[in-house]
Design a protein around this ligand. Structure first.
Ligand SMILES: Nc1ncnc2c1ncn2[C@@H]1O[C@H](COP(=O)(O)OP(=O)(O)OP(=O)(O)O)[C@@H](O)[C@H]1O
Length: 332
Protein backbone atom coordinates (compact mmCIF):
# COMPACT_ATOMS: atom_id res chain seq x y z
CA UNK A 1 0.00 0.00 0.00
CA UNK A 2 1.62 3.32 -0.98
CA UNK A 3 1.55 6.64 0.87
CA UNK A 4 -1.16 7.97 -1.46
CA UNK A 5 -3.50 5.21 -0.41
CA UNK A 6 -3.17 6.36 3.18
CA UNK A 7 -4.84 9.64 2.34
CA UNK A 8 -7.39 8.47 -0.22
CA UNK A 9 -8.59 5.18 1.28
CA UNK A 10 -11.53 5.23 3.64
CA UNK A 11 -11.01 1.59 4.52
CA UNK A 12 -7.98 -0.61 4.41
CA UNK A 13 -8.01 -4.36 4.82
CA UNK A 14 -4.58 -5.87 5.45
CA UNK A 15 -3.57 -9.55 5.38
CA UNK A 16 -6.97 -10.71 6.61
CA UNK A 17 -7.44 -14.41 7.30
CA UNK A 18 -10.44 -16.35 8.58
CA UNK A 19 -11.11 -19.97 9.57
CA UNK A 20 -14.25 -21.63 10.83
CA UNK A 21 -13.03 -24.57 12.93
CA UNK A 22 -10.61 -26.51 10.76
CA UNK A 23 -11.80 -24.89 7.51
CA UNK A 24 -9.91 -21.95 6.05
CA UNK A 25 -12.35 -19.52 4.41
CA UNK A 26 -9.71 -17.11 3.10
CA UNK A 27 -6.17 -15.94 3.75
CA UNK A 28 -4.01 -12.89 3.26
CA UNK A 29 -6.69 -10.60 1.85
CA UNK A 30 -5.54 -7.00 1.38
CA UNK A 31 -7.20 -4.11 -0.40
CA UNK A 32 -8.04 -0.44 0.04
CA UNK A 33 -11.38 1.23 -0.64
CA UNK A 34 -10.93 4.82 -1.90
CA UNK A 35 -13.25 7.45 -0.39
CA UNK A 36 -16.45 7.93 -2.36
CA UNK A 37 -15.96 4.77 -4.43
CA UNK A 38 -18.15 1.74 -4.93
CA UNK A 39 -16.40 -1.62 -4.66
CA UNK A 40 -18.05 -4.96 -5.39
CA UNK A 41 -16.76 -8.28 -4.09
CA UNK A 42 -17.71 -11.18 -6.35
CA UNK A 43 -16.93 -14.87 -6.24
CA UNK A 44 -18.59 -18.27 -6.26
CA UNK A 45 -20.84 -19.40 -3.44
CA UNK A 46 -18.80 -20.18 -0.34
CA UNK A 47 -15.84 -17.97 -1.36
CA UNK A 48 -16.19 -16.01 1.88
CA UNK A 49 -17.70 -12.77 0.56
CA UNK A 50 -20.32 -12.40 3.29
CA UNK A 51 -17.82 -13.42 5.97
CA UNK A 52 -15.46 -10.69 4.77
CA UNK A 53 -18.30 -8.13 4.76
CA UNK A 54 -19.28 -9.17 8.29
CA UNK A 55 -15.69 -8.74 9.48
CA UNK A 56 -15.59 -5.25 7.95
CA UNK A 57 -18.94 -4.49 9.66
CA UNK A 58 -17.57 -5.71 12.99
CA UNK A 59 -20.09 -8.57 13.22
CA UNK A 60 -17.41 -11.23 12.92
CA UNK A 61 -13.77 -11.31 14.00
CA UNK A 62 -10.83 -12.18 11.78
CA UNK A 63 -8.18 -14.71 12.85
CA UNK A 64 -5.39 -12.60 11.41
CA UNK A 65 -4.89 -9.23 9.76
CA UNK A 66 -6.52 -5.85 10.32
CA UNK A 67 -9.36 -3.67 9.10
CA UNK A 68 -8.57 0.06 9.38
CA UNK A 69 -11.31 2.60 8.96
CA UNK A 70 -10.39 6.24 8.33
CA UNK A 71 -13.84 7.83 8.49
CA UNK A 72 -16.88 8.60 10.65
CA UNK A 73 -17.12 11.86 12.49
CA UNK A 74 -19.09 12.90 15.55
CA UNK A 75 -22.30 10.97 15.91
CA UNK A 76 -22.24 9.62 12.39
CA UNK A 77 -21.82 5.86 12.26
CA UNK A 78 -18.71 4.43 10.66
CA UNK A 79 -20.38 1.59 8.79
CA UNK A 80 -23.90 0.33 8.25
CA UNK A 81 -24.67 -3.09 6.84
CA UNK A 82 -27.82 -3.55 4.75
CA UNK A 83 -28.76 -7.23 5.04
CA UNK A 84 -29.75 -9.39 2.09
CA UNK A 85 -33.30 -9.85 3.39
CA UNK A 86 -33.66 -6.12 4.25
CA UNK A 87 -34.78 -6.74 7.89
CA UNK A 88 -37.39 -3.97 7.85
CA UNK A 89 -39.57 -3.49 10.94
CA UNK A 90 -42.86 -5.13 9.91
CA UNK A 91 -45.05 -3.08 12.24
CA UNK A 92 -43.63 0.27 11.06
CA UNK A 93 -44.54 2.22 7.95
CA UNK A 94 -42.01 3.15 5.29
CA UNK A 95 -41.62 6.60 6.90
CA UNK A 96 -41.15 5.11 10.37
CA UNK A 97 -38.65 2.53 9.12
CA UNK A 98 -36.51 5.24 7.49
CA UNK A 99 -36.89 7.51 10.54
CA UNK A 100 -36.02 4.78 13.04
CA UNK A 101 -32.30 5.48 13.42
CA UNK A 102 -32.85 9.24 13.67
CA UNK A 103 -35.50 8.75 16.35
CA UNK A 104 -33.11 6.51 18.27
CA UNK A 105 -30.71 9.46 18.28
CA UNK A 106 -33.40 11.56 19.93
CA UNK A 107 -33.71 13.94 16.99
CA UNK A 108 -36.69 16.30 17.08
CA UNK A 109 -39.81 15.41 15.11
CA UNK A 110 -39.24 18.33 12.71
CA UNK A 111 -35.59 17.49 12.15
CA UNK A 112 -36.55 13.87 11.40
CA UNK A 113 -39.17 15.02 8.91
CA UNK A 114 -36.64 17.31 7.22
CA UNK A 115 -34.29 14.38 6.74
CA UNK A 116 -36.77 11.66 5.81
CA UNK A 117 -38.95 13.56 3.32
CA UNK A 118 -36.14 14.19 0.79
CA UNK A 119 -35.15 10.52 1.15
CA UNK A 120 -38.69 9.43 0.29
CA UNK A 121 -38.48 11.61 -2.82
CA UNK A 122 -35.05 10.47 -3.85
CA UNK A 123 -35.92 6.80 -3.41
CA UNK A 124 -39.29 7.14 -5.24
CA UNK A 125 -41.23 6.18 -2.13
CA UNK A 126 -43.37 9.31 -1.53
CA UNK A 127 -46.62 7.55 -2.37
CA UNK A 128 -45.66 4.55 -0.21
CA UNK A 129 -44.73 6.51 2.93
CA UNK A 130 -47.62 5.09 4.97
CA UNK A 131 -47.37 1.53 3.61
CA UNK A 132 -46.11 -1.37 5.74
CA UNK A 133 -43.28 -3.63 4.50
CA UNK A 134 -45.70 -6.47 3.74
CA UNK A 135 -47.42 -4.15 1.23
CA UNK A 136 -44.21 -3.36 -0.69
CA UNK A 137 -42.60 -4.97 -3.73
CA UNK A 138 -39.10 -6.45 -3.43
CA UNK A 139 -37.59 -3.41 -5.15
CA UNK A 140 -39.43 -1.01 -2.82
CA UNK A 141 -38.28 -2.94 0.28
CA UNK A 142 -34.75 -2.79 -1.02
CA UNK A 143 -35.00 0.99 -1.48
CA UNK A 144 -36.42 1.44 2.05
CA UNK A 145 -33.54 -0.61 3.48
CA UNK A 146 -30.93 1.50 1.67
CA UNK A 147 -32.73 4.78 2.49
CA UNK A 148 -32.89 3.77 6.17
CA UNK A 149 -29.12 3.29 6.13
CA UNK A 150 -28.26 6.38 4.05
CA UNK A 151 -30.35 8.77 6.14
CA UNK A 152 -27.86 8.18 8.96
CA UNK A 153 -25.03 9.35 6.69
CA UNK A 154 -22.62 6.52 7.46
CA UNK A 155 -19.10 6.92 6.17
CA UNK A 156 -19.31 3.38 4.77
CA UNK A 157 -22.32 1.52 3.39
CA UNK A 158 -22.10 -2.27 3.22
CA UNK A 159 -24.58 -4.06 0.96
CA UNK A 160 -24.98 -7.83 1.27
CA UNK A 161 -26.40 -9.34 -1.94
CA UNK A 162 -28.60 -6.31 -2.77
CA UNK A 163 -30.05 -8.02 -5.87
CA UNK A 164 -30.67 -11.47 -4.41
CA UNK A 165 -34.39 -11.05 -3.83
CA UNK A 166 -35.16 -9.05 -6.96
CA UNK A 167 -36.63 -10.16 -10.27
CA UNK A 168 -34.12 -10.44 -13.09
CA UNK A 169 -35.46 -7.31 -14.84
CA UNK A 170 -35.19 -5.22 -11.65
CA UNK A 171 -31.58 -6.15 -10.91
CA UNK A 172 -29.84 -3.89 -13.42
CA UNK A 173 -32.26 -1.03 -12.73
CA UNK A 174 -31.49 -1.36 -9.01
CA UNK A 175 -27.75 -1.55 -9.66
CA UNK A 176 -27.83 1.70 -11.65
CA UNK A 177 -29.99 3.30 -8.95
CA UNK A 178 -27.53 2.23 -6.24
CA UNK A 179 -24.72 3.67 -8.36
CA UNK A 180 -26.40 7.06 -8.87
CA UNK A 181 -27.48 7.25 -5.21
CA UNK A 182 -24.03 6.34 -3.98
CA UNK A 183 -22.53 9.03 -6.24
CA UNK A 184 -25.08 11.69 -5.23
CA UNK A 185 -24.56 11.05 -1.53
CA UNK A 186 -20.83 10.44 -1.93
CA UNK A 187 -21.03 7.39 0.31
CA UNK A 188 -18.21 4.89 0.08
CA UNK A 189 -19.88 1.55 -0.56
CA UNK A 190 -18.85 -2.11 -0.51
CA UNK A 191 -21.23 -4.55 -2.12
CA UNK A 192 -21.11 -8.34 -2.02
CA UNK A 193 -22.96 -9.96 -4.91
CA UNK A 194 -23.43 -13.01 -7.13
CA UNK A 195 -24.73 -10.79 -9.89
CA UNK A 196 -21.74 -10.19 -12.14
CA UNK A 197 -23.40 -8.03 -14.78
CA UNK A 198 -24.70 -5.67 -12.11
CA UNK A 199 -21.35 -5.59 -10.30
CA UNK A 200 -19.52 -4.80 -13.55
CA UNK A 201 -22.03 -2.05 -14.42
CA UNK A 202 -22.02 -0.15 -11.14
CA UNK A 203 -18.59 -0.54 -9.56
CA UNK A 204 -15.39 1.48 -9.57
CA UNK A 205 -13.52 -1.66 -8.57
CA UNK A 206 -14.25 -5.35 -8.54
CA UNK A 207 -12.64 -7.77 -6.10
CA UNK A 208 -12.69 -11.37 -7.32
CA UNK A 209 -12.56 -13.89 -4.46
CA UNK A 210 -11.52 -17.34 -5.64
CA UNK A 211 -9.94 -20.31 -3.91
CA UNK A 212 -9.59 -18.54 -0.56
CA UNK A 213 -7.85 -15.42 -1.79
CA UNK A 214 -8.56 -12.08 -3.42
CA UNK A 215 -7.37 -13.05 -6.88
CA UNK A 216 -7.80 -9.67 -8.56
CA UNK A 217 -8.85 -6.21 -7.44
CA UNK A 218 -9.19 -3.73 -10.28
CA UNK A 219 -11.64 -1.62 -12.34
CA UNK A 220 -14.36 -3.75 -14.01
CA UNK A 221 -13.02 -3.43 -17.55
CA UNK A 222 -9.54 -4.49 -16.44
CA UNK A 223 -10.84 -7.53 -14.59
CA UNK A 224 -12.89 -8.55 -17.62
CA UNK A 225 -10.34 -7.79 -20.33
CA UNK A 226 -7.10 -8.33 -18.43
CA UNK A 227 -7.83 -11.08 -15.91
CA UNK A 228 -4.83 -12.28 -13.88
CA UNK A 229 -5.37 -15.95 -14.67
CA UNK A 230 -7.68 -18.36 -16.47
CA UNK A 231 -9.81 -19.14 -13.42
CA UNK A 232 -10.57 -15.44 -12.96
CA UNK A 233 -11.14 -15.04 -16.70
CA UNK A 234 -13.66 -17.89 -16.77
CA UNK A 235 -15.39 -16.68 -13.63
CA UNK A 236 -16.07 -13.36 -15.40
CA UNK A 237 -17.37 -14.97 -18.60
CA UNK A 238 -16.71 -17.38 -21.48
CA UNK A 239 -13.22 -17.60 -22.95
CA UNK A 240 -12.33 -18.94 -26.41
CA UNK A 241 -9.00 -20.74 -26.69
CA UNK A 242 -7.43 -20.13 -30.07
CA UNK A 243 -4.96 -23.00 -30.54
CA UNK A 244 -2.36 -23.07 -33.34
CA UNK A 245 -4.55 -24.62 -36.12
CA UNK A 246 -7.41 -22.26 -35.35
CA UNK A 247 -5.01 -19.31 -35.10
CA UNK A 248 -3.73 -20.13 -38.62
CA UNK A 249 -7.29 -20.29 -39.93
CA UNK A 250 -8.18 -16.92 -38.38
CA UNK A 251 -4.87 -15.24 -39.18
CA UNK A 252 -3.92 -14.79 -35.52
CA UNK A 253 -1.34 -15.81 -32.96
CA UNK A 254 -2.40 -18.41 -30.43
CA UNK A 255 -4.42 -16.57 -27.80
CA UNK A 256 -7.56 -16.47 -25.65
CA UNK A 257 -10.44 -14.27 -26.73
CA UNK A 258 -13.75 -13.20 -25.24
CA UNK A 259 -16.82 -14.11 -27.36
CA UNK A 260 -17.38 -10.49 -28.39
CA UNK A 261 -14.00 -10.48 -30.20
CA UNK A 262 -15.41 -12.84 -32.82
CA UNK A 263 -17.95 -12.07 -35.57
CA UNK A 264 -20.06 -14.48 -37.57
CA UNK A 265 -20.97 -14.29 -41.24
CA UNK A 266 -23.35 -16.87 -42.74
CA UNK A 267 -21.37 -18.76 -45.40
CA UNK A 268 -22.35 -22.18 -46.81
CA UNK A 269 -18.62 -22.88 -47.36
CA UNK A 270 -17.52 -21.49 -43.97
CA UNK A 271 -15.33 -23.64 -41.69
CA UNK A 272 -17.52 -23.33 -38.57
CA UNK A 273 -20.83 -25.07 -37.85
CA UNK A 274 -23.36 -23.78 -35.33
CA UNK A 275 -23.96 -26.52 -32.73
CA UNK A 276 -26.14 -24.60 -30.26
CA UNK A 277 -27.74 -21.22 -29.82
CA UNK A 278 -29.60 -19.49 -27.05
CA UNK A 279 -31.37 -16.20 -26.72
CA UNK A 280 -29.87 -14.17 -23.86
CA UNK A 281 -32.22 -11.16 -23.96
CA UNK A 282 -30.25 -8.36 -25.56
CA UNK A 283 -27.95 -10.68 -27.52
CA UNK A 284 -27.76 -14.21 -28.94
CA UNK A 285 -25.14 -16.69 -27.86
CA UNK A 286 -23.84 -19.19 -30.43
CA UNK A 287 -21.66 -22.23 -29.87
CA UNK A 288 -19.75 -23.32 -32.98
CA UNK A 289 -17.57 -26.29 -33.86
CA UNK A 290 -14.50 -25.52 -35.94
CA UNK A 291 -11.37 -27.64 -36.43
CA UNK A 292 -12.45 -29.96 -33.57
CA UNK A 293 -12.82 -27.03 -31.19
CA UNK A 294 -15.79 -25.24 -29.66
CA UNK A 295 -16.07 -21.47 -29.85
CA UNK A 296 -18.60 -19.17 -28.20
CA UNK A 297 -19.66 -16.08 -30.15
CA UNK A 298 -22.24 -13.38 -29.33
CA UNK A 299 -24.36 -11.63 -31.95
CA UNK A 300 -26.96 -8.90 -31.79
CA UNK A 301 -28.84 -10.21 -34.87
CA UNK A 302 -29.99 -13.79 -35.53
CA UNK A 303 -27.21 -15.45 -37.59
CA UNK A 304 -28.47 -18.97 -38.15
CA UNK A 305 -29.60 -22.30 -36.73
CA UNK A 306 -27.73 -25.36 -35.49
CA UNK A 307 -26.20 -27.03 -38.55
CA UNK A 308 -25.66 -23.77 -40.46
CA UNK A 309 -22.12 -23.00 -41.61
CA UNK A 310 -20.41 -19.72 -40.75
CA UNK A 311 -17.32 -17.76 -41.58
CA UNK A 312 -15.59 -16.32 -38.49
CA UNK A 313 -13.90 -12.94 -38.42
CA UNK A 314 -11.87 -11.42 -35.60
CA UNK A 315 -12.66 -7.90 -34.41
CA UNK A 316 -9.60 -5.84 -33.59
CA UNK A 317 -11.68 -3.79 -31.13
CA UNK A 318 -11.26 -6.50 -28.53
CA UNK A 319 -7.65 -7.48 -27.94
CA UNK A 320 -6.99 -11.00 -26.64
CA UNK A 321 -7.18 -11.47 -22.89
CA UNK A 322 -4.04 -13.64 -23.15
CA UNK A 323 -1.78 -13.95 -26.16
CA UNK A 324 1.34 -15.83 -27.16
CA UNK A 325 1.95 -19.27 -25.69
CA UNK A 326 -1.20 -20.41 -23.95
CA UNK A 327 -1.04 -20.61 -20.15
CA UNK A 328 -1.50 -24.01 -18.51
CA UNK A 329 -5.16 -24.80 -18.77
CA UNK A 330 -6.49 -27.93 -20.31
CA UNK A 331 -10.14 -26.97 -20.77
CA UNK A 332 -10.83 -25.17 -24.04
N1 LIG B 1 -20.78 -19.07 11.28
C1 LIG B 1 -20.22 -20.00 10.52
N2 LIG B 1 -19.76 -21.15 11.03
C2 LIG B 1 -19.16 -22.08 10.26
N3 LIG B 1 -18.96 -21.94 8.93
C3 LIG B 1 -19.40 -20.82 8.36
C4 LIG B 1 -20.05 -19.79 9.11
N4 LIG B 1 -20.38 -18.77 8.25
C5 LIG B 1 -19.94 -19.16 7.04
N5 LIG B 1 -19.38 -20.38 7.09
C6 LIG B 1 -18.75 -21.10 5.97
O1 LIG B 1 -17.72 -20.25 5.44
C7 LIG B 1 -17.68 -20.34 4.01
C8 LIG B 1 -17.86 -18.95 3.43
O2 LIG B 1 -19.21 -18.52 3.67
P1 LIG B 1 -19.74 -17.11 3.15
O3 LIG B 1 -21.18 -17.04 3.49
O4 LIG B 1 -18.85 -16.04 3.63
O5 LIG B 1 -19.53 -17.29 1.58
P2 LIG B 1 -20.13 -16.43 0.40
O6 LIG B 1 -19.04 -16.24 -0.58
O7 LIG B 1 -20.77 -15.19 0.93
O8 LIG B 1 -21.21 -17.44 -0.16
P3 LIG B 1 -22.65 -17.13 -0.78
O9 LIG B 1 -22.35 -16.39 -2.05
O10 LIG B 1 -23.22 -18.50 -1.01
O11 LIG B 1 -23.41 -16.32 0.21
C9 LIG B 1 -18.77 -21.32 3.62
O12 LIG B 1 -18.19 -22.58 3.44
C10 LIG B 1 -19.70 -21.34 4.82
O13 LIG B 1 -20.36 -22.57 4.93
Amino acid sequence: MNADAETTDLLRVTALGKRFGGMEVFRDISFGVPRGSLVSLVGPSGAGKTTLLHIIAGLETADSGTVSHFGGEGKKPQAILVFQDYVLFPNMTVFQNIAFGLKARKMSRDAIRDKVMPMLGYFHLEDRRDAYPSELSGGQKQRVAIARAMVLEPSLLLLDEPFANLDRNLKMETALFIRSTQRSFGITTICVTHDLQEALAMSDRIGVMLGGSLRQYAPPLDVYRRPVDMETARFLGPVNTITAPLARLLGLETCRLRPEALRLEPDPDGPAVITATHFAGHYLCYTLRVLDQDLVVYALEPMGQPGDRMHIRVSNQYPPIFSGSLPEDSCA
